[in-house]
Design a binder for this molecule. Sequence first.
Ligand code: AMP
Length: 217
Amino acid sequence: MINIILLGPPGAGKGTQAKRLVEGRNMVQLSTGDMLREAKTSGSEMGLKVAAVMERGELVTDEIVIGLIREKLTGEAGGGFIFDGFPRTLKQADALAELMADLGQSLDAVIEMQVDDAALVARITGRYTCGDCGAVYHDQTRPTKVDGVCDDCGSGKMVRRADDNADALRTRLLEYYKKTSPLIGYYYAKGKLSSVDGLAEMDAVSAAISKVLDGAQ
Ligand code: AMP
């Protein structure tokens, strides 16, 4: 069992790579973004409270996301946890270290996915996903074979995120550089950081991540 963090700005490919690790290594993806979107869809009080914050591209409070992660850590761990989009602040990183220690678990690797900002804008503004199975597509670089129909599960329910637009993306990038990018130095100092080229072909990125995981085991 191996527990890792995928770290990188919005659009770096964290979700795509996490899904591959779930399939290939039976790991469990813990995406706080997905959890928050689910809370919003289910109409829970918390979900409705954070919806506007998310739509603007700002971070929700540390207390809320730490609470979400805490609940999941005692659940099914499979081949290990992939933290995707968490932690995003130093406070969350410290909280994660504490939670893992309490459970007698270790954080084995932090993988920084490096991409340049111009590529992020292009990636994010063309992005859509299958509302049923979560497969990720892109208008230019990876459209569905049949317009509006998921290649993987055949669903016709394609969705675009409310915060995948130029305005919200600017805020998300600012939040990343102000609050999340310090985690790169934090995990480097803890001897846990590895960096991969997030702009490489999807399979090459997966191979680079696998190499890190095999080295950390
Ligand atoms: P993501 O799907 O990871 O891009 O997250 C979408 C949005 O959910 C972010 O822009 C934030 O508003 C919120 N969010 C997700 N994860 C976190 C986190 N760890 N801390 C604070 N806000 C988060």
